[in-house]
Write a protein that binds this ligand. Structure first.
Ligand SMILES: Nc1ncnc2c1ncn2[C@@H]1O[C@H](COP(=O)(O)OP(=O)(O)OP(=O)(O)O)[C@@H](O)[C@H]1O
Length: 312
């Protein structure tokens, strides 16, 4: 008999985090964790505390109370070891030496990364590789002072992924980027996550992030007011039927149905997966329900966020 694999330990854990500036509370009892391979997006209105949270999580700011762990290391007590696993852009665009070229800046970054305890050496090939990944090869030998905002944003992400981090933290990674640059960042973050890297991103671009984040944390007034698991939402399907109430009763309690509710002219069902759609259709038609249309019930993160923030 095989024993099930133990659940993986979180790559990033934030526990009971409070932060005050003077007497002004900015973060209140924030708790979150990001698993290896998971993309966690942090969003919230202006002034909600996202940058403060990211600065605290990366060790640039200290909490008033609470702790942050990167893998097994406390960021504030064992900072240099914790940061050996971390790639980050905080307060984008990242700061570079404007008189040096992109390659020289990345080389400097690589030298610093290799100096921390547990830090790894980064080869020249790896520098070329990340420049190519960010589509900056033709800018490699140009001074960063001549870069556009979007190009500096790309270089910031290149420096963050240079040493193959196990935790990637990006504050507003796509602001100032063109549509192709945004797509590129999505692909890079998704590929890194597929290799087991945990990613925490802050963003205002909800419809964009909804296409590739696994979970979204909503921060309002310094509190994490909700966490939305987008993976669970992707298993919702809607069927346009002649009688939504009968359809809901027909599907209720079936092994492949997690939750079902009428929403005229549809019945909306959370199924165990896409492969349960034919079984749902069969159940409906054999009970005399006429089905006119079936498809995924796309979750509107923007609408959800708007309601959640208005209530908070
Ligand atoms: N160094 C500081 N000293 C005092 N107050 C600060 C400091 N940094 C941030 N704040 C305050 O903390 C609150 C949260 O700011 P923060 O920059 O973390 O918000 P944010 O969610 O990142 O906002 P935005 O979406 O506008 O970037 C704000 O009220 C801000 O005025």
């Amino acid at each position: 008999m095989t024993t099930p694999a133990p659940p993986s330990a979180p790559a990033l854990t934030v526990r009971g985090l409070h932060k005050k500036y003077g007497s002004q509370p900015v973060l209140h009892d924030v708790n979150l964790s990001v698993e290896p391979g998971e993309i966690y997006a942090l969003t919230g209105p202006n002034g909600a505390g996202k940058t403060t949270l990211i600065r605290t999580v990366t060790g640039l700011a200290f909490p008033t109370e609470g702790e942050v762990r990167l893998l097994d290391h406390d960021v504030h007590e064992d900072g240099s070891r914790a940061r050996a696993y971390l790639g980050a852009v905080v307060e984008a665009p990242a700061k570079f030496y404007p008189q040096f070229t992109a390659t020289q800046n990345l080389q400097l970054h690589a030298n610093l990364a290799a100096m921390v305890p547990g830090g790894r050496r980064v080869s020249r090939d790896r520098i070329r590789e990340v420049l190519a990944l960010l589509e900056l090869t033709r800018m490699a030998d140009r001074r960063v002072g001549t870069f556009s905002l979007g190009q500096r944003q790309r270089l910031g992400v290149a420096s963050a992924i240079l040493a193959n981090p196990r935790v990637l933290i990006l504050d507003e990674p796509t602001s100032g980027m063109d549509a192709l640059g945004i797509g590129l960042i999505h692909r890079i973050v998704t590929d890194l996550a597929a290799q087991g890297c945990a990613a925490l991103l802050s963003t205002h671009h909800l419809r964009e992030i909804a296409t590739y984040a696994h979970r979204v944390g909503i921060l309002a007034g310094g509190r994490l007011v909700d966490t939305v698991d987008l993976r669970a939402r992707q298993t919702a399907f809607r069927f346009r039927v002649d009688d939504p109430h009968t359809a809901a009763r027909t599907l209720e309690g079936r092994p492949f149905v997690r939750q079902v509710s009428p929403r005229a002219p549809f019945v909306v069902a959370h199924l165990t997966g896409e492969d349960a759609v034919p079984a749902a259709l069969t159940a409906l038609t054999t009970h005399g329900v006429r089905v006119f249309e079936a498809g995924p019930d796309h979750f509107d993160l923007y609408e959800y966020y708007r309601e959640r923030v208005e209530q908070a």
